[in-house]
Design a protein around this ligand. Structure first.
Ligand code: GDP
Length: 322
């Protein structure tokens, strides 16, 4: 029997990698896509022929029930959300609608239409906000510090509660920042790798950044989606931290990216307070012991390999566009 998977957020970075990964595993893959007057399918164009697009929206309960009834998926991955932290401050209610209540709607749809489906909920390290321990584990208290983190915390606990209350196979993967050439250009990793390349090619003279001391636990999105899938293959549903287990500062990232194109970052980077965050989480780093021991997952890309592969990608893409 061919296994079927439904992915929300299939047009995003993680959704597109997961779709590719599942197609390669022989799954029939359905991607839930919001209706929009302009196409947003650029990340999945290359596999569009094999992918089944289903229309639906996390804001619309009936559309989720229809999508699940019609496709009867064995696995459902919820990767859709309003995921940009600064936007969660300017549109907090909409962020909550998609990122929090959207998950309630999805869980209700699963419970009513396909209760034996396995459900992956994309939790985020932003639920920890200002954590009182480092590294964070699956048991660390949630102290979110922005509307996105608050919405993700709600979604996390709803998933756990539906698992307990209705015996659903549902688990949350608490991912830390994960990057790839498909990452939005507003996120700092991509902004820096692209910025270094633009400067190298003479297309930009200065890169403006915020807090260089902010530290993050970064891994490759391809590594992260493999962890999501592995989580759904276990006998029992459970929640796991998906992280590299090490942190690097934005400063180290800048240095590594500029070095890779043969430039001294200090000559080109300036600080712009506009990119500073209110209530910045200090240091987010995930303990990966549980996922490593129970599932046998660990990232394949090192930090340096991740930076260099993204710089190489941006160099190729931007050189062609010149
Ligand atoms: P996320 O906050 O982990 O989802 O990802 P971002 O890539 O948006 O931000 C990562 C970190 O980089 C945050 O701690 C920011 O404060 C820091 N940062 C420093 N300069 C910048 C910048 O110019 N843009 C962004 N987006 N973040 C920056």
């Amino acid at each position: 029997m061919v296994r079927k998977a439904l992915i929300t957020g299939v047009t995003g970075q993680d959704g597109s990698y997961l779709a590719e990964f599942l197609l390669a595993q022989g799954y029939e893959v359905y991607g839930l896509v919001r209706r929009s007057s302009s196409s947003s399918l650029s990340r999945i164009n290359h596999c569009a022929e094999k992918l089944h697009i289903v229309s639906g929206d996390l804001l619309d309960q009936f559309s989720l029930m229809d999508a699940i009834s019609e496709t009867q998926p064995d696995e459902i991955y919820n990767l859709a959300s309003q995921s940009y932290v600064p936007t969660s401050w300017t549109q907090p209610a909409l962020t909550a609608e998609y990122t929090a209540i959207g998950v309630s709607r999805l869980l209700e749809a699963i419970r009513r239409c396909k209760p034996d489906a396995r459900f992956y909920q994309a939790s985020s390290s932003e639920v920890f906000g200002q954590p009182d321990e480092s590294p964070q584990t699956e048991l660390t208290a949630f102290r979110p510090r922005n509307p996105y983190g608050v919405a993700k915390a709600y979604a996390h606990w709803m998933t756990v509660n539906y698992r307990n209350q209705y015996d659903l196979y549902a688990g949350c993967g608490i991912t830390y920042t994960h990057e790839s050439p498909r990452r939005g250009k507003e996120f700092v990793f991509r902004k820096i790798t692209r910025g270094a390349v633009l400067i190298k090619l003479g297309m930009l003279s200065e890169l403006k950044l915020g807090n260089l001391d902010a530290r993050r636990d970064w891994c490759h999105a391809q590594d992260a989606v493999k962890a999501m899938w592995l989580m759904m293959q276990q006998d029992q549903p459970d929640d796991f931290i998906i992280a590299s287990g090490e942190t690097h500062s934005v400063r180290e990232l800048v240095q590594c990216a500029f070095e890779h194109v043969g430039l001294n970052w200090q000559d080109y980077v300036s600080i712009d307070p506009a990119f500073y965050r209110p209530n910045e989480p200090v240091e987010l780093v995930g303990a990966m012991d549980k996922i490593k021991t129970k599932i046998g997952w660990q990232p394949e890309y090192s930090f340096e390999q991740l930076v260099q592969s993204m710089v190489d990608h941006d160099l190729k893409e931007l050189s062609q566009s010149q």
